[in-house]
Design a binder for this molecule. Structure first.
Ligand code: ADP
Ligand code: GN1
Ligand code: MG
Length: 369
């Protein structure tokens, strides 16, 4: 997706629409998200005290109904607040001067959050403990929302983690070949087609009553969680745009595909891409602990399937976007989505090569949990 140019005066107008402590002094692009446009707004009050905020333009090509996203986030954060250990451990939405939570201009739909200070957000774990802490955060998030009335949540992106539907969308994009790239991606297409029978295993498990729908985050990349800078412990789960009913094993799986990869999501040198089993084990331990013993063994035993499913699903999403001319994910260069796809396919292949070890690790962690 091409970056939209937003004028400084429009950014200032958006920032000034929200009720900040002190006046906005700047607007600084921030973060490595692939979807929204994110800025830090430093503010200063009359006594010179400083406060910071996150200003975001919700990507309305991706979220067709931004008001649904806002509604979900308000409900979820209101639900989590009474259980929170401190203010920084739940996203704090900032209202506008009109008492709303979004402001719409010609650039789209803006929202603001308090900036989570004294915290870090990582694109790769620096230590095994960092990754374990992120697993605790997402496991607890699921545990804390286990009583949330799921029927109150809007589906902000329909069929978000419905892999069979994603696969059909991919086949359609391949068939349509909108920008003439299909002929150049034959081996990636073959790899995905060869695994066609796998894509329905989670839906089948749901039908068999093994895999319940829960309230899940659905975008559990390491850079969607904050750790306390000083204690380096789990602090706050962020990027709540896709909180919807989903599968526990997909929350686990998306985190694994991103954080337990020995290389970056868009690593071009495939020899560097592998599943790090030490990180896999640490995450399994943290996630099961965080969920607070809520996952029955049969469900937990599908955690490796979740990891492989999320890896293959995002691979087909990257390839679909490449075939459609890069209309969804932010890209930094023309082949970016293809490089991302290849790296995810290499990771899925390495998971297959270590499948029995992954299953054994889950079984052992479950026994200890
Ligand atoms: P995207 O959907 O584009 O990934 P995110 O909501 O994840 O957008 O925000 C992008 C990045 O901005 C995050 O990875 C994180 O680094 C930073 N960020 C978002 N919200 C906050 C916050 N409240 N406090 C501090 N940093 C934040
Ligand atoms: C997007 O928004 P961000 O960067 O945290 C995407 C995820 C993908 C991920 C791949 C709403 O996540 O589904 O797994 O990129 N989010 C949306 O890195 O599509
Ligand atoms: Mg994000």
């Amino acid at each position: 997706m091409k970056k939209k140019r937003i004028r400084l005066s429009e950014l200032a107008a958006a920032a000034e629409t929200f009720v900040t402590k002190g006046d906005p002094e700047a607007c600084l692009p921030h973060g490595n998200g692939h979807i929204n446009s994110t800025f830090i707004i430093p503010c200063r009050d009359a006594r010179g005290r400083q406060y910071r905020y996150i200003l975001q333009a919700i990507n309305t090509d991706v979220f067709k109904k931004p008001e649904w996203v806002t509604e979900n986030i308000k409900k979820v954060t209101d639900f989590l607040k009474p259980r929170a250990t401190e203010r920084r451990s739940v996203m704090q939405m900032v209202p506008t001067v009109d008492g709303e939570y979004t402001y719409t201009d010609k650039n789209g739909c803006w929202r603001m959050y308090e900036f989570i200070e004294d915290a870090i957000c990582l694109d790769a774990p620096e230590t095994t403990e960092d990754f374990y802490q992120s697993a605790l955060a997402f496991g607890r998030f699921q545990r804390d929302l286990s009583d949330f009335p799921a029927e109150e949540l809007r589906e902000t992106i329909p069929d978000f983690h419905n892999t069979p539907v994603r696969y059909q969308n991919f086949l359609k994009a391949l068939e349509e070949d909108a920008v003439g790239r299909a002929a150049t991606v034959r081996s990636e297409v073959d790899f995905l087609k060869f695994r066609a029978d796998f894509y329905s295993v989670l839906e089948d498990a749901r039908e068999a009553g093994i895999l319940p729908l829960r309230v899940t985050h659905n975008d559990t990349k390491l850079n969607n969680v904050m750790l306390d800078k000083n204690t380096r412990t789990a602090l706050c789960v962020i990027d709540l745009d896709t909180v919807m009913p989903g599968y526990s094993v997909n929350d686990f799986g998306d985190a694994i595909r991103f954080g337990a990869n020995t290389a970056a999501e868009d690593e071009p040198d495939l020899s560097r891409v592998a599943i790090n089993l030490t990180l896999f084990e640490a995450y399994t331990k943290g996630f099961l602990e965080g969920c607070g013993g809520r996952l029955p063994l049969e469900e937990a035993m599908l955690l490796p399937e979740g990891a492989k499913m999320m890896t293959l699903e995002v691979a087909m999403r990257f390839l679909t976007d490449y075939l459609q001319g890069d209309v969804y994910f932010k890209t930094k260069y023309p082949e970016h989505n293809l490089i991302r796809c290849r790296s995810q396919l290499a990771l899925a292949a390495d998971m297959e090569a270590h499948w029995d070890e992954m299953k054994d690790i889950v079984k052992a962690c479950y026994k200890k949990a």
